[in-house]
Write a protein that binds this ligand. Structure first.
Ligand code: UD1
Length: 429
């Protein structure tokens, strides 16, 4: 199994290109199931999760063509996928495939909307809390589907198609909103989603669905209105930049010190995280090509932060912030409000000497001047990268084991960081 070896202490200087957002690319690829015409997606990141979803869609009979290099392509350009679900030959999403990635469960929405039936295994994915699918099921039932859970599978039917409805989510859910949006796009009549997630990835998917002929308004606000249409068509769409990757590298620079241009990043996608970085002592300068992050001289200031749905501080940056605060000058408080149990990185950060105490959903981090490199184990996707950030600033050698989680969500991480002066390498096998 691959590992990552880091010798800490180097400042980061240079340019890091930001890839397309994993959390938009996945639902966009799934949305291709809604039409028998070709959906072309540009700027799709090269990630293990994307490859896994290609396998899952392939099992339904979807053809995916990854276009080769074209004249003028930049070195770090995401891939273009031509996705054609002209013939859906199988409406079952089996356990062996779905259990590897939680988001693949979302195929339930387009399969049900277009094929009026499907059988989808209950999901797996990162071990960060219980992560149920009750609200996704609630949304589909509101739209008229009959659902039954049997043998670990959700068996869904809507013999006469789905019908528009009012869907009021009792809590903000990204997965629930994606599923409701995709299913309602092909339902008969009007759907109103209230307390919808406002994440930029929801807006990106809604924009793509609109290009495919869907009638959607209000995406990016808590109230989304969808007027169902009987058919969607092909379209071409560019995946938006990854705000979590952006925030992760910004925190890495704040941690090591240095000066890095995050090329292609969009500040409005992560303003709350950028505000926290400024509070912590980094200089953040949005410019025409992205965002420039600098930290020189003075140490890291402690912060008090609670994760929240967009536009709040993202839960997907919580672990990275904790790594940063591990060497702040004073005590920080970090509260996780989205996922219970998303603190597996705490015990791994402690291996670097970090002083973190947990009480309920709040971690108190007492910063220490110097972390020390250590062998550590990656637990989930974002936790893994927090260990990389800590290793970049720690004295001596860090070995991050079990990095397959990193490959699920970070494209060419070690290449991007070593190009900016980090001493980091992948050790295969
Ligand atoms: C998505 C992101 C993930 C991010 C999370 C929150 C993708 C592929 N993943 O995950 O990176 O951390 O949003 O921003 O986009 N919940 C229920 N019942 C449900 C569904 C969710 O109780 O049926 C709960 C969850 O357990 C969690 C909260 O709602 O406590 C938010 O979950 P949700 O927003 O749906 O997260 P995901 O879409 O799974």
């Amino acid at each position: 199994m691959d590992r990552i070896r880091i010798v800490g202490g180097n400042k980061l200087n240079g340019t890091i290109p930001i890839s397309g957002a994993k959390n938009a690319a996945l639902p966009l690829m799934i949305a291709a199931l809604l039409t028998d015409e070709t959906l072309i997606l540009d700027n799709v990141p090269r990630l293990a999760d994307v490859a896994q979803l290609q396998r899952i869609l392939g099992n339904h009979g979807v053809d995916i063509m990854a276009a080769g290099k074209r004249p003028g392509d930049r070195e770090y350009q995401g891939q273009t996928l031509h996705i054609s679900a002209a013939n859906i030959i199988d409406t079952t999403a089996p356990y062996e495939l779905v259990s590897k990635m939680r988001a693949s469960f979302w195929v339930i929405a387009p399969l049900l909307a277009r094929m009026h039936e499907c059988k989808v295994s209950l999901p797996g994915g990162c071990a960060i809390g219980t992560r149920p699918v009750d609200l996704l099921i609630m949304a589909l039932e509101k739209l008229g589907a009959e659902l039954q859970i049997d043998g670990g599978y959700v068996i869904a039917k809507a013999p006469n198609g789905l019908t528009g409805a009012d869907i009021d989510f009792p809590k903000v859910t990204v997965s629930g909103t994606h599923v409701a949006l995709m299913a309602a796009a092909l339902a008969k009549g009007k759907t109103i989603i209230t307390n919808a997630a406002c994440e930029p990835e929801i807006v990106d998917v809604a924009d793509c669905l609109k290009k495919m002929g869907a009638k959607i308004s209000g995406a990016g606000t808590p109230r989304i209105v969808i007027d169902g249409v009987s058919k969607l068509h092909g379209a071409r769409h560019t995946v938006l930049p990854d705000r979590i990757e952006t925030g992760t590298y910004a925190m890495a620079v704040a941690m090591t010190g240095g000066d890095v241009q995050l090329a292609g990043a969009r500040p409005e996608l992560l303003q709350s995280a950028l505000d926290v970085l400024v509070e912590a002592g980094a200089t953040v300068t949005p410019n025409n090509e992205g965002i420039r992050i600098q930290r020189n001289g003075a140490g890291i200031r402690p912060v008090t932060v609670a994760t929240a749905p967009f536009p709040g501080f993202p839960t997907d940056l919580q672990a990275q912030l904790m790594a940063l605060m591990a060497s702040a000058k004073g005590a920080s408080r970090i509260t996780e409000t989205i996922f219970e149990n998303r603190f597996m990185h705490v015990q791994e950060l402690a291996r670097f000497g970090a002083k973190i105490s947990l009480g309920g959903e709040t971690a108190v981090v007492d910063g220490i001047p110097h972390l020390k490199g250590a062998p550590v184990m990656a637990t989930d996707l974002r936790a893994s990268v927090s260990l990389v950030i800590a290793g970049l600033a720690a004295e001596g050698e860090t070995m991050v084991n079990r990095i397959y989680h990193l490959d699920r969500g970070f494209e060419r991480l070690e290449e991007k960081l070593s190009a900016c002066g980090a001493n980091i390498e992948r050790i295969s096998g």
